[in-house]
Write a protein that binds this ligand. Structure first.
Ligand code: IPM
Ligand code: MG
Length: 365
């Protein structure tokens, strides 16, 4: 009998719906090949949810996500909602979803496809062979800790406040995910902090160092975040797995992403312990090209592959999708963000079609 999975789809805003539709088509082919029966249920998040319900994460959406085996998200946000108060902005929906599902571990791989070396803004010899995994803490730190807000002061001036805080157990649980991840890669883990200035980082470094004793096969190093940002563009091949807090991870994962040529190629997985995982591209909703059939759907497709690997424990199906992406690049198919001279420029739908052809050829050959 076919294996059955319920997948919540959150297409969101901007280019979200266009790239999601490609990923769903890819999953249907995967279903045929591996005898998997996907039941898709679409729900609202972000600006689309604000327009329909007044809230960026309706309760019904969170419930649908909780009931499913995995959640596939495209992107949220756009100019239209940029001036709303922060708790009503699309971004608040995403943060509430991460918190509501307890997704404290965010895995963001940055691996360069050899076909795209020339699409990088860095020299080929710097980026060739880059293969980094950023493990970002996702439900704590300065994004969530209290106090937070904009408060009136006695002088009549307003004061904006956020708090960067981590408890030992929060550090330890993300640390464990990172050590386990490094163990399955090249066995090197770099913990990134700002321990020369911040107490929260001193505790972070201390806990990571203690944890290292339990993982003798993993080589742990520490780096300050400013230096890490520089090293990522100077000599990225020194990194294997990076573990860091929420804000530093947000910034460093964008830098790691662009090493590979385009943020339009990179997927991510957000995992917790009790609830289904959330799988989404690292890029945003690109409102400037939304609805123009120009978006690169491959990060969304690769997010579906991460969903198969980490969420549904279907590694062969994940390999099949990732190899399909590799092969479609071999045919010189490119969207605008990864275009280079001599390649074939395709829109979002045509790239999807090219990929489906490659995958179907695998099945029926
Ligand atoms: C990301 C994004 C989000 C974040 C925004 C959209 C809330 O930049 O996933 O990296 O800051 O985490
Ligand atoms: Mg970000």
């Amino acid at each position: 009998m076919a294996q059955q999975y319920r997948i919540t789809l959150l297409p969101g805003d901007g280019i979200g719906p266009e790239i999601m539709s490609v990923a769903v088509d890819v999953l249907k082919v995967v279903g045929k090949k591996f005898d998997i029966d996907f039941e898709f249920e679409e729900a609202l998040i972000g600006g689309a949810a604000i327009d329909a319900t007044g809230e960026p994460l309706p309760t019904a959406t969170l419930e649908t996500c909780r009931r499913s085996d995995a959640v596939l998200l495209a992107a949220i946000g756009g100019y239209k909602w940029d001036n709303l108060p922060s708790h009503l902005r699309p971004e608040a929906g995403l943060l509430a979803l991460r918190a509501g599902l307890g997704l404290f571990a965010n895995l963001r791989p940055a691996k360069i496809f050899p076909q795209l070396i020339n699409a990088s803004t860095l020299k080929p010899e710097v980026v060739e062979g880059v293969d980094i995994m950023v493990v970002r803490e996702l439900t704590g730190g300065i994004y969530f800790s209290k106090p937070k807000g904009i408060f009136a002061t006695e002088t009549g001036q307003k004061r904006g406040v956020n708090t960067m805080a981590y408890t030992e157990s929060e550090i330890e649980r993300i640390g464990r995910v990172a050590f386990e991840t490094a163990r399955q890669r090249r066995g090197k883990l770099c913990s990134v902090d700002k321990a020369n200035v911040l107490e929260v980082s001193q505790l972070w470094r201390d806990r990571m160092t203690k944890l290292a004793a339990e993982y003798p096969d993993v080589e742990l190093s520490h780096m300050y975040v400013d230096n890490a940002a520089m090293q990522l563009v100077r000599a990225p091949k020194q990194f294997d797995t990076i573990v860091t807090g929420n804000l530093f991870g947000d910034i460093l994962s964008d830098i790691a992403a662009i090493l590979t040529g385009s943020i339009g190629m990179l997927p991510s997985a957000s995992l917790g312990t009790e609830n289904p995982g959330l799988f989404e591209p690292v890029h945003g909703s690109a409102p400037d090209i939304a609805g123009q059939d120009k978006a690169n759907p491959l990060a969304q497709v690769l997010s579906a592959a991460m969903m198969l690997r980490y969420g549904l424990k279907q590694p062969q199906a994940a390999d099949f999708v990732e190899q399909g992406v590799f092969k479609v690049l071999q045919t010189n198919a490119r969207t605008g963000d990864i275009m280079s001279p001599g390649m074939k420029l395709l829109g979002c739908q045509a790239m999807g079609k090219a990929l489906i052809e490659v995958l179907e050829a695998e099945i029926y050959s």
